[in-house]
Design a protein around this ligand. Structure first.
Ligand SMILES: [Zn+2]
Ligand SMILES: [Zn+2]
Length: 220
């Protein structure tokens, strides 16, 4: 298969990435082999390519906003079948046993591993994912629409749930980047009144276009 690898990390990320032909991965027990249909570009991918994140796996294939379909399942997989549409996200796996995992805060797990950093990700024709960390994706949305939800969307949605907003409540959002502009849409669709504080005039306009009740400069 073809893939993009981070050869030598460096500030010029276009030079850091090289297109290579490599062995198509095999799904281990409990894993899915996924044919990649679309993969988003996240700032974290750029950090991996530029070396701002230390190398965890030499010549890693970045990409952790993966939309694809299952082509093969490893031993013991019963929750997905070939043909299923799935998403692969940044959090690749955790130990499932530590005090954070036990409290549903597996993002804090000290044994956590990450797609496109500790293991090859979605800038490739195929990638693998543990079936219990794969997301079943619905029909009715394009691959390109779904891909950003698998990183920016998950981050914001988790924050929104932790905010425990009552129905029709008021939500304040500081900063209005990839994650916030998705979260604001979810909150507004759920009936929240959303107020945005951000320095960028363009982001303020976007917030209002998306239905925010107010959007102002974040500077004191
Ligand atoms: Zn990301
Ligand atoms: Zn853990």
């Amino acid at each position: 298969m073809y893939a993009w690898q981070v050869g030598q990390p460096g500030p010029d990320v276009e030079r850091a990435l090289s297109r290579v032909e490599m062995e198509t991965p095999r799904p281990a027990a409990g894993e899915l082999l996924v044919a990649v249909d679309a993969c988003g570009v996240c700032r974290t991918d750029l950090h991996v390519a530029s070396g701002e994140l230390p190398v965890h796996r030499a010549s890693v294939v970045p990409g952790h906003d993966v939309v694809g379909h299952v082509t093969e399942v490893g031993d013991g997989v019963s929750d997905f079948r070939p043909g299923d549409r799935v998403g692969v996200a940044w959090l690749r796996e955790t130990d499932g046993t530590c005090r954070f995992c036990g409290r549903g805060r597996e993002n804090l797990c000290p044994a956590s591993r990450y797609t496109g950093w500790d293991a090859d990700g979605g800038y490739a024709e195929f990638t693998t994912v543990r079936s219990d960390f794969a997301y079943a994706l619905p029909d009715g949305y394009s691959d390109e629409e779904l891909a950003p939800l698998l990183c920016a969307g998950i981050i914001g949605y988790r924050a929104l749930r932790l905010a425990d907003l009552p129905p029709g409540g008021r939500l304040g959002i500081y900063g209005f980047g990839a994650s916030a502009h998705l979260t604001a849409q979810v909150a507004i669709a759920q009936g929240a009144e959303v107020h945005v504080l951000t320095r960028s005039a363009r982001a303020q306009r976007l917030a209002l276009d998306l239905g925010a009740a107010s959007a102002r400069d974040a500077s004191p």
